[in-house]
Design a protein. Sequence first.
Length: 256
Amino acid sequence: MEIRQLSLFPEESGQDFSISSNRKPKTTRKSTSTKLPKETKTIQPAKKRSKPYIWVTWLSSLMGEEKQCKHTAWSSAHYQFPKRPSDFDSSAHDEMVIQRAMKHQAQGSAVYVEDDNSFTINGKTCDIGGKPDIVVIENGQLIIEDCKSGKRKAAHRMQVLIYMLLFPLSPQGQRLCQSHPPAGRLVYPDDIVEIYPSEVDSQFKEFFRQTVAIISGATPPPQAPSHWECRYCNVPGAYCPARIDLDADTGNHDFF
C-alpha cells in the first residue's frame, strides 16, 4: 500500500520581508533538509479484510502478557495497514536456525525449516497463520522448535504451544504428525527448553479460544496505549486516537 507524505500547511516562501531603505527584498533558497512534522504525514485508508486474519505471534504476545493492548491485534486482524519501517536485525536468529537445522541433518533427522512449515488454518470466525522455525522428527517424535536470540519471555512458550495446537491441523502437519501430538522446544543461545505434548491441555485450549474470540470479534477491545507498545505499533493514529505520539513536544516546565 502506497504511503504518501502530504503537508497540512502551505510551504513557506523562504523570503525575507524585512526591507530597509537601501536594499531590495532578499530571496533565499529553501532548505532541502526541512523535515515535515510527524503529524503532517497522512496514510491512505486501510483495506478492510473480508475475514479476520490473525498471526500466531499476535496471540502469543497477548497470552504471554508481553503486550497489553488487544486493540492493536484486533485492528491488524480486521484491517491491512502499511508496515512501519523497522531496524530489527534478525541475523542472530537466522544464524541460530541455520546452525540448528545443520545439527539435526548431521544426526540423520528429517528436518523442515521456516517456509516449509508455514501454515494457515481456516476457522469459522477467522484464519490464523504461523511459521515455526524448525520442525524435526527425532526417533519418530515430531518436535516443533523455535529459536530465540534474546532474553526469555513467557510469550515464547505460548508461541510454541500454539504451534503445537495448530500445526497438526495443516496439510503438512497432518502428513508429518500422523495423528500423534507434537512436542515443542525453545532454543536459546545458552539453553534448550523442552515443552511436552501434555501442556496443550483443555485449560490452554480454552485460553486460546478466548483470546481468538476477542481478536476476531466484531467489537474492538479497549485501547491500552503505552510508549513501548505504540513505538512498534503498525496501526496509524487515524485508526487509534489513543496512540501515543513519541515525537510530540513534551514542553518545558519549572517543576524541577
